[in-house]
Write a protein that binds this ligand. Structure first.
Ligand SMILES: *Cc1c(COP(=O)(O)O)cnc(C)c1O
Length: 547
């Protein structure tokens, strides 16, 4: 008779994958997972969510305690599935919410396998060929965006924010060598556009630059940074004695898909380097977490158009590619496979044009006596993280292998086609205005107006004329109401879930412009669902008119 604890250990061993081959147990493992999938599947419907919409109950959640007794795998799985009730299905064709990807099965498997074997990308000692997989994903993506894969390097990290953190950190070490050891001595600034992601503020805050040292350069009608203003503002900062930690180009802004001109910003920093004798020149980081995927169109013959995209789509794709192809002029690039690469969270890649740049942030070997004893690949010497999971690189690699350039072109081209169909409809109606008309991409920002508003004149005047403040604010409210009505319908499985942005941008007199937002990321999107957006919009409008 063994001790009671040992009985329990014996039972619990069944809850682990078996370390040596055991086909029967493997079947149990796979079947347990299948059961969870089955239970999730039973929650699917016409609605773009699992099960019914639910009210979240945090009071109840806070009563959760660690139970005394152990449980069974079956019971736990059931409870895990239960937590998914009410979750959106991002890939549902009735979902156009945000830039959230719907992962491919290949990427899901790429994301899951490391969960079983726990490779640690800290170093090759603990990651083995998964370290190689990271190097593969880095090389393939570097080549995709136009870096020389023989020189380029990169690491997967904890999100788009993480990629930006790495970029600015490298830039800061370039601008003020040795700062990582000695701490801050001089003022350093981060230069980005007004449309750049708030991650710029986060990074400035966490790196100790200070958010007040984020210089936000005004953008133009296309939501692109104005390079000559960037030049002027950077020059002013340098004259004031500040260093430039980094210039951040946003290639694909979060709301509107604005694409900063990386080539122009590259010129700007070279001119600044000449003028102020900066060697190396200020670091240029491209926050391309959204836009990177369109690099797949490098080499696509837009004239011959072998994939047969519609003329409007070809024009949009060529418009995107024209900017995205300049990515390689940045010193480093942030890439989210979990934004436009159909990968599960988290799969973010920080790429640097020259791998040896990492030396600027490497730890001396004496600090890590317990690591890096053998082999050649030790990203843990320069990564912020110690443990890094293999899921990011494997999911990325899975999709690069699965889709190839052609598959990426087809999927992205389809999303853009659907967005263009929506735009065409919205532009064709007197009551609606597309706001990001000059941007091409899967996201459409638009506003709806009640009857009697002349949309040829009013939206433009609301943007410029302070006398229109009341009207602008009223229509902000109107769009919020429309959004609520559309949301209610969509959750019943009738309309389409879209989203709302509180501040697409500010008017010339400083008020926020509220916009409805359709971000098409589902490979299952089709024209009938674009029509469904419009139908739902007209119903919401009619209801407000009746009130
Ligand atoms: C989403 C986004 C980020 C942040 O990326 P996460 O992966 O969500 O951390 C940064 N920059 C841009 C432009 C983004 O759209």
């Amino acid at each position: 008779m063994s001790a009671p604890y040992y009985e329990l250990v014996r039972q619990l061993r069944q809850a682990f994958p078996q370390p040596t081959s055991d086909r029967v147990h493997d079947a149990y493992f796979a079947f347990s997972f299948l059961r969870a999938l089955d239970e999730l599947d039973a929650l699917k419907s016409e609605r773009p969510l699992l099960g019914e919409p639910i009210e979240l109950d945090y009071d109840r959640a806070r009563t959760e305690r660690v139970p005394d007794a152990s449980s069974t795998l079956e019971a736990v799985t059931g409870r895990l599935v239960d937590q998914f009730r009410g979750m959106f299905i991002w890939g549902h064709p009735r979902s156009q919410i945000n830039v959230v990807p719907y992962p491919t099965i290949a990427a899901v498997i790429g994301g899951l396998l490391p969960a079983i074997y726990n490779p640690n990308l800290c170093s090759e000692e603990s990651a083995r060929r998964i370290a190689e997989a990271e190097v593969r994903a880095v090389a393939a993506t570097a080549d995709l965006i136009g870096y020389d894969p023989a020189e380029a390097g990169g690491v997967f990290t904890f999100g788009g924010t993480g990629t930006l953190l790495y970029g600015v950190k490298l830039g800061l070490e370039k601008a003020i060598p040795g700062l990582g050891r000695s701490g801050h001595r001089e003022r350093a600034v981060l230069i980005c556009s007004e449309r750049a992601h708030y991650a710029c503020d986060t990074v400035a805050n966490w790196l100790g630059l200070g958010e007040d040292n984020v210089i936000r350069v005004p953008d133009d009608e296309r939501n692109e940074i104005r390079p000559c203003l960037a030049h002027t503002m950077a020059r002013d900062a340098l004259r004031d004695g500040a260093r430039i930690a980094a210039i951040v180009a946003t290639v694909g802004t979060t709301d509107a898909f604005g694409l900063d001109d990386v080539a122009a910003l590259d010129e700007v920093r070279r001119e600044l380097a000449d003028e102020f004798q900066l060697d190396p020149p200020p670091h240029l980081h491209a926050d391309a977490v959204i836009g990177w995927a369109w690099s797949a169109f490098e080499g696509y013959d837009f004239e011959a158009n072998p994939l047969g995209f519609r003329p409007r789509t070809v024009r949009a794709l060529a418009g995107i590619h024209r900017r995205v192809r300049e990515l390689s002029r940045a010193d480093s690039v942030g890439i989210d496979f979990h934004k436009t690469g159909f990968a599960p969270y988290v799969s973010s890649l920080f790429l640097v044009r020259r791998q040896d740049e990492f030396r600027r942030i490497a730890r001396p070997k004496s600090r890590t006596p317990y690591l890096f004893q053998t082999g050649v690949y030790h990203p843990g010497q320069y990564t912020l993280e110690t443990t890094r999971a293999g899921n990011g690189p494997l999911a990325a690699l899975a999709n690069l292998w699965l889709l190839g350039r052609t598959g990426m072109r087809a999927l992205l081209g389809h999303l853009v086609t659907m967005a263009e169909v929506l735009r065409e409809h919205l532009e064709g109606h007197a009551a609606t205005t597309v706001l990001n008309r000059a941007n091409f991409g899967p996201v459409t920002l638009f506003r709806v107006y009640p009857d009697g508003v002349d949309t040829f004149v009013v939206p433009e005047r609301e943007r410029r004329d302070p006398a229109m403040r009341e009207s602008l604010l009223q229509h902000n409210e109107y769009n919020r109401r429309i959004f609520e009505l559309m949301q209610q319908e969509a959750l019943r499985g009738e309309g389409v879930v879209i989203s709302l942005t509180d501040c697409y941008r500010r008017t010339d007199y400083g008020e926020p412009i509220v916009a409805l937002k359709s971000f098409i990321t589902s490979p299952f999107a089709d024209e009938q669902y674009v029509d469904a957006v419009l139908e739902s919009l007209w119903r919401a409008r009619a209801r407000l008119a009746a009130e």
